[in-house]
Write a protein that binds this ligand. Sequence first.
Ligand code: ATP
Ligand code: MG
Length: 461
Amino acid sequence: MRSFLNGPSFSVPGGSMEEDKPLRERYSSEITPEDFGTKLAVAGWLQDVRNLGGIAFLQLRDRGGVLQVTAIKKEMGPEGFRELVELPRESVITVTGTVQENNQAKAGFEVLPSSWELLSRAEVPLPLGVVDKVGADLDTRLDNRFLDIRKPEVAAIFRLRSILTEGLRRSLVDQGFVEVATPKIVSAGAEGGATLFKLDYFGKPAYLAQSPQLYKQHLMATGLDRVFEVAPAFRAEPSDTSRHLAEFTSLDVEQAYVRTSEDVMVTVERMTVDGIRYMIEGGQELLDQLIVRLDVPPQPFRRIPYDECIDMLRGDGADVPEDAEMGTEHEKALGQLVHQRWGEDFYFITDFPTRYKVGTFYAHRHEDRPELTGYFDLGVRGLEIASGGKREHRLDVVTAQMEEGGLRPADFEFYLKAFRYGMPPHGGFGYGLERLLQVLLGLSNIRETVLYPRDRQRLVP
Ligand code: ATP
Ligand code: MG
């Protein structure tokens, strides 16, 4: 297999590379016994050097893994040998050499250099060790994220994130959904004023979108019928937690002609199962590297009405006050109870009481029991991953629910207009991509799943 990642080649003093030689012909993981005896170029970071005097073993790390370059003084000359083995750790080099079988080397082969070139010298000391046994704290790691991601076990998280996202997307496309993009600079919030980021938009007040809620519902009046979006959502969360970010990736879905929230739950379920299956199939090695064992969750996911969840918690001795919504601790305890009772990790909490969804003016309420909405949360091991349900598509009812929640319908005229000229019944959900990845990989902090997390403290890098 030929590598496609050949950059421009250049020479620096001390190097002896030919101008037209590729910097890299193979990743370490692409080298096979067929290459033994041939000369080719490898490149990467100099992870470690063990210098025994006349011979030195260099560990060269690239995206595929680590390979050994064996430098022999007698063959390279004392000057060239010294220059190479004294390079600071994490410098970037390209080496052209003969691949040779060597069972002492971890990869089963070594590269005997005939020429090499320094592409970038690393400064000393490193602000964060890449191969250190002792783990640095998360803040130091995030401050030096480019170095942190050189660690294979950290890079694995982002490679799995890529596979998972693709799996979720494919599932939705297979289910007939159209991917859309809606504005992130908006004039009104959908999830309440408390978490809005305000900004100056050519002298007018504007906000960063908390979710694409209003737009994806708007699109239900267009005939696109089934839409989804994978995009950032912004929330000025009031407190720091291990499951909240100020900027997260929201996977949002909306579908027209739903009868009940059940139609929406079916979509959530299929997308979740497809995404996980895709990640297991495409990312098994990466999962192994993280020592994560994943199974495709059994279907259907259990549906537990909110009131029953409260009963379960009370039955277990939890103190859930009569007029308070389930809190984080209750959500966690519920996850444990579901696991203990049925051995299941994925479940829906359904039929949220209307009193906890008053701010959610777009939620449809049960016709026969208006004290209940059809809204659901997808819970996974005690963590909320998604929320959604059937929406209210009748203009007069949406307007009344807005007023009930203390909002002025006039501020939402652009949204309400779409309800005036033929709006099919519809429903959908918002799904936290980082939350799903966090729970699947068993990560204690959601920040681990984001390259450059944004939170109350963090704006750089
Ligand atoms: P929570 O109660 O956990 O703060 P929420 O109910 O306010 O979440 P929703 O408005 O229902 O969140 O958003 C849909 C999904 O988006 C959530 O189920 C969650 O997976 C994800 N999500 C919401 N807020 C955040 C955040 N600040 N950081 C990361 N993911 C989030
Ligand atoms: Mg929610």
